[in-house]
Structure formats: structure tokens, C-alpha cells
Ligand binder design. Structure first.
Ligand SMILES: [Zn+2]
Length: 349
């Protein structure tokens, strides 16, 4: 089978397509024939060398949808030919955090402080014609959900769903989504609306405002809007947002904090623009704010997304479908300013 292999950290020029042996599923593992694979910021970080413990050559690709092609010993729940989405999170299932449905804090992750334990980082990923994954990572797709839709869920969709779960979102809440032009933000707006909350969005380009309103945002503003804090307060009785979801990190951290209502919760679910921020503890204490970190999610997050899609309640935003052989161009598109939605690799539809 053909797979993309990273031979050196730095950029897409370190990647080559190679002929590699078909991977053999071990106990409680399944071989997937990959139909589509997402190209996500976490994959870019991996290529750049953020996770320097990875031994090269290595196949990246955290986000996978495809068909079951072979099952290892002990696999009872899945059969050859099934269409599935694959949760990237790797987890033991028995530690105190897995038992709480928080597998992204699984204690088997040796790098809990700095790296997720996921496909494409902790074991080979989906930028290949075939990949072997643990059987408990699969979520079967109902006939209503296509592989094209399902491939957008495991990274961006799960991150959004999990972040709102971490925020303990309630139907009476107001949510402000930073970075809403990206995959996480687009899903967060839709999921918040489905849970009955009011959603507002901050986007990178004026041309994205209409798209986010169509997804359910009550209002959307461009990130450079001078009085963003006043805008959100004006629409929330002067209070601000109960929940701010921020995948961008450093560049928006201060604004995100300012936008919070008393008792508000800021969920940091990405560090795309940097990993440092400053907190005014007086305000934090006086307004009784909460700062919450959220990384990838669990099977239940992925199952919820598939169920929402089956009922036509969420739809993915995809900017670009890229042929398998054009992966480096796909990674370049991920860096393009003004992108609206995801970049997806088409492998064996
Ligand atoms: Zn665990």
C-alpha cells in the first residue's frame, strides 16, 4: 500500500509517498481502508517537530474516515465493509480519567503536559491507503451520514463538542466562538445552537460573516472589530458571554477574557497563535471567572456528532478537497489566510 512518510521535521518537503507493507491488525485492532483524511493544525505541528519524541520515518494524519478492511483477534463489534469514523484519541479505558469519559487525560499518555495521545502522533495515522487502529476507536456510520461528512468530525468536530461539554453549556447560556472560520469554530456554533444556547462568532474575514450566520450565529464580527467587547455586551444585557470558546490562544486571550460575563467560562481549545497569556487576578476573582482547558474528546463526542449529522442538524465546512498525491499542496492551503473550513485529503473514496 502507499503511505505518506515523514523523513525529517520542518515542513511538507520532509514528506514522501512510499510503498509500505499492508499493516496487520493485532488483538482488538482493525485495519481501515482510508477513504478521506483531514489535514489539521495538529498534523502541521507534528510535521514541524512540536512532538520531537516521534521516531521517523512516520505517517501523520489524525483524522480518518473509511471502511473496515480486516479485523484482528478479539474484535467482536465490527465486520469487514463497515463505514466508520475513527476517534483519534488513544486511551486505556480503565484509568480514573477514562472512567470519567475524559480519555484525553488518560494516564497512559507519557507526555500529558505537552502532547495529545492521538493517531498520527502516538502511532501511525491516516495519510495512507491503510491504517490499523484500536477497535474501540471506531464509530459506525448510519446510511444518512456520508464518509465525506464523517471525515470532518474526528478532530475539529470532536474538539468543539468536547469543549462545550467542558464548559458545561446550558440552554440559557450565550456562547462567543473565537476563530469561527476554522473547523472547530464552525462546529462549535452549530452544536451550541443545537443545545439551545445563543451563539456569536468572531471570524477572520468579512466574507465569512454570512456563512457563520447561516450556520446559526446570531451575529458574527471580524476579529479586528475595534469594540468587540462592547458589541457582545450590547447583545447580552451588558453582561458579556457566559462561555467564550477560543482555539486561537495568545492573540485573542485578553479579548476573550474581557468578553466574559460574571461567572463566565473561557475554554481554551487550541494555541494556534501562541501559548502565553496574562490574567488579571483581581478581575478573575471579582467576576468569579473560570478558565478551562480542553483538548480532544471521547467516543461519546464523536457519536453525538454522527447522530446530529444523521438528523441533518449539523453540516461541515470544507474549503478544499485535495488528491492523495497532492498532500504538500493541501498542507500549504491549511496555511492560507482567509480560509473558511477544512482541508481534506481524498484517498480512496
Ligand atoms: Zn486511561
Amino acid at each position: 500500500m502507499k503511505s505518506w512518510q515523514l523523513f525529517r521535521f520542518g515542513g511538507p518537503e520532509g514528506l514522501r509517498i512510499e510503498d509500505t507493507p499492508s499493516p496487520v491488525p493485532g488483538s482488538h485492532e482493525v485495519r481501515i481502508r482510508v477513504a478521506y483524511a483531514g489535514i489539521n493544525p495538529v498534523d502541521r505541528s507534528m510535521i514541524q517537530g512540536r512532538f520531537d519524541f516521534i521516531r521517523l520515518p512516520f505517517t501523520p494524519g489524525a483524522e480518518i474516515a473509511g471502511r473496515v478492511e480486516g479485523v484482528g483477534p478479539g474484535v467482536m463489534e465490527h465486520t469487514v465493509g463497515e463505514r466508520v469514523a475513527v476517534l483519534p484519541t488513544l486511551w486505556c479505558g480503565t484509568c480514573r480519567f477514562c472512567e470519567r469519559d475524559e480519555p484525553s487525560s488518560c494516564l497512559t499518555n507519557p507526555y500529558l503536559d505537552r502532547a495529545p495521545q492521538i493517531l498520527g502522533v502516538s502511532r501511525p495515522g491516516g495519510w495512507a491507503e491503510e491504517v490499523v487502529v484500536p477497535d474501540h476507536n471506531l464509530v459506525r456510520l448510519p446510511p444518512e451520514v456520508s464518509l465525506e461528512t464523517a471525515v470532518t468530525f474526528p478532530v475539529g468536530g470532536v474538539a468543539a463538542h468536547h469543549a462545550l461539554r467542558r464548559a458545561r453549556l446550558r440552554p440559557q447560556d450565550t456562547v462567543l466562538v473565537m476563530g469561527a472560520s476554522g473547523a472547530v469554530g464552525g462546529f462549535a456554533v452549530q452544536i451550541a445552537r443545537q443545545q439551545g444556547a445563543r451563539a456569536f462568532a468572531v471570524v477572520s474575514q468579512p466574507s465569512h460573516v454570512a456563512a457563520l450566520k447561516e450556520l446559526g450565529a446570531e451575529e458574527a464580527w471580524v476579529r479586528t472589530t475595534p469594540d468587540l467587547v462592547q458589541e457582545i455586551r450590547a447583545r447580552t444585557g451588558g453582561l458579556g458571554a457566559d462561555v467564550v470558546l477560543d482555539p486561537l490562544g495568545a492573540s485573542t486571550f485578553a479579548t476573550s477574557l474581557e468578553c466574559l460575563a460574571p461567572m463566565g467560562r473561557l475554554v481554551t481549545c487550541g494555541i494556534l497563535t501562541g501559548n502565553r497569556g496574562e490574567v488579571d487576578l483581581t478581575r478573575h476573582y471579582s467576576r468569579q471567572l473560570e478558565y478551562i482547558g480542553s483538548t480532544t474528546g471521547s467516543r461519546s463526542d464523536l457519536e453525538s456528532l454522527v447522530a446530529l449529522a444523521a438528523n441533518g442538524r449539523i453540516k461541515p465546512l470544507v474549503q478544499e478537497w485535495v488528491p492523495f498525491a497532492s498532500l504538500p499542496e493541501g498542507i500549504a492551503k491549511l496555511n492560507q489566510h482567509g480560509r473558511l473550513g477544512k482541508v481534506v485529503l481524498r484517498i480512496q473514496p
